[in-house]
Design a protein around this ligand. Structure first.
Ligand SMILES: [Zn+2]
Length: 165
């Protein structure tokens, strides 16, 4: 945290405050007792948030587990929490980018279907880097019955799946 104002160079003063504004992209979330630095000369404000990644994780988990349908800001918050651009999110969900922007439109959001909503929640709840799940590559080729051989593996791999010839 800078102790001098970025705008005018005056030393900033820090106090603990409760803040309830759109700082994290969700309405109605109060951050209790966070350090807020203010410039006594020009009024510039800087907010110092302790362990911000952990804060985002806790908020995302809580949002993903709520029973209420996800609103546009919540969808956007969860997408950003997952580190996905609109394009990457669209690819994961199997929709086009326009659909994503409609879901996230604050004034007139398009409803997210229940399977899509549950998939988004699940991506958050599994709590692992989402790149480990190659969802965007699935379901793009014509259906064909599975043909594979499972054989006992060696070492750490108990079973190996190999394509059937
Ligand atoms: Zn200043």
């Amino acid at each position: 945290m800078n102790d001098k104002c970025l705008m005018c160079g005056t030393p900033m003063k820090g106090t603990r405050e409760n803040i309830k504004d759109d700082l994290i992209g969700l309405d109605n979330v109060t951050l209790k007792g966070v350090m807020v630095y203010r410039c006594p000369k020009c009024g510039e404000r800087e907010v110092g948030i302790y362990k911000i990644e952990e804060l985002h994780r806790r908020l995302a988990m809580t949002v993903a587990r709520r029973r209420e349908k996800l609103g546009p800001k919540e969808i956007r918050f969860l997408r950003k929490y997952l580190g996905l651009s609109s394009k990457d999110f669209a690819d994961k969900m199997g929709v086009d980018k326009t659909t994503v922007s409609k879901w996230e439109r604050v004034d007139a959001p398009a409803p997210m279907g229940q399977p899509a909503e549950r998939l988004l929640r699940l991506m958050v709840m599994v709590d692992k880097p989402i790149e480990e799940y190659p969802l965007e590559e699935t379901g793009l080729v014509e259906a064909r019955p599975v043909r594979m051989v499972a054989e006992e593996g060696k070492g750490t791999e108990a079973w190996r799946i190999v394509p059937a010839s």
